[in-house]
Each structure stands twice: as structure tokens, then as C-alpha cells.
Design a protein around this ligand. Sequence first.
Ligand code: O7M
Length: 221
Amino acid sequence: MERNTCVILALDVTDRKEAIRIAEDVREFVDAIKVGYPLILATGLRIIRELAEFAPIIADFKVADIPNTNRLICEQVFEAGADAVIVQGFTGRDSLDACIEVASEYRKDVFVVSEMSHPGGAEFMQPVAEAIAKMAAEAGAFGLVAPATRPERVKRIRKLIGDKLTIISPGVGAQGGKASDVIAAGADWVIVGRSIYKAESPKEAACEIAAEIEAELRGEN
Ligand code: O7M
């Protein structure tokens, strides 16, 4: 995945035409589009290929099963045209290895959730987040998902993993996180949903977030 704007759109709409319209509108300001259960359950798996015309697609299934089931899920995801899959780390190393093996067969990427962005994410996941991050680095994942709502946690995780993994960070805007803060903390990309797809102009909203990040990276903030 190429890093240009450092913005990933979380396209959590449930209407096919709306999804395509928004993807087309924002394409120059996003590096990837994350699709998950809401859109795929509403429209079917083939939406992945339709949206792949506009940007690389990250399939957010938060895969969390035994190795064999994980393998079967990842095969379906990559056959459908996704460039990356998001998996949970708490199921353990063998489950993660199964996803990474399939991804490498398809030459695709795996992102591992280490800690979630909502308040409940601090309850059970935060205490094990650093162990999950270390495991993901050892297993050869491409990246981690870490919370934009807690930039200090992103900073801590970045320190722990160094440059071994990329970090994608949800929780900007609607959940209270600020794009420039989480990029300054060490994230490579922010994941933004409602602040873009619910905006009057998704294109302008995405452009503004990309500009804020660019200013941060140039040291202007
Ligand atoms: O910007 P939002 O809040 O409208 O959307 C955020 C998106 O990121 C939405 O698709 C969530 O499901 C997802 N997300 C989180 O908000 N928090 C997390 O901790 C993890 C994810 C995620 O993408 O997990 C892979």
C-alpha cells in the first residue's frame, strides 16, 4: 500500500450506489478504502472488486477463529479482490500464522488489531495490546490497528515495534481523535469513516484531513 495522503476511508455505508459515488468522489485524497461487515453484508462480496477500481481495498472482517477457519476466510477475501485483510490478534499465534500464510500465497497484506479505539477497547484489549503487537511483528504481519482516540498508546506501540510494522489508526473525527496528533504519535495512516462519508462534501472532508496531515508531516503544526 502506497503512502501518499495517509488517509484510509472506512466506507461503512450500506447502499451500493452511494458507496461507489463516495469512493469515486474521494479517490484522490485516500490511499485505501476499508470495507467491512455493514457494506459487504448489505451489498455482497463483489463490492470489493467494484471499489478496487478507485483504491486498494482493505477487508475489515476482524478475523478471529481457529487456524483452519481463518485460512478459509482469508482465501475468500483475497479471491474477492481485497489487497489486505484485518484480523484479530487475541486468538493467538497459530490463528495469525494461518492468515499470514494465505496472504503471502496471494502476495497480500495482513493488519492485526492490537487495541480498539472505543472506551471498551481499554477494558480487555489494552492490557494485552503490547503482547499482540510483538507477536504481529514476529509473525511478519504488514501492520497493526491502534487507537487514534489514545495517541499516547500509538506512541507506546510505535516505540515497541520500531519500524517493523505499519500502524493504521481509527477513531479520528466522530470518535474524538485528531488526525495530526495520531500521525505525530507514529501512525502511518488514519482510518476515517463518518467524518468523510457523512460530510456534505466527502471530497472536501477527505481533502481537509489530508491537508492537516501534510502540514503535520512538514512540521507546520
Ligand atoms: O470514523 P468512524 O468512527 O466513523 O469509523 C471508524 C472505522 O474504524 C469503523 O469502520 C470502525 O469499525 C473501525 N475501527 C474502529 O473504529 N476502532 C477500532 O478499534 C478498530 C476499527 C477497525 O477498523 O478495526 C479494524
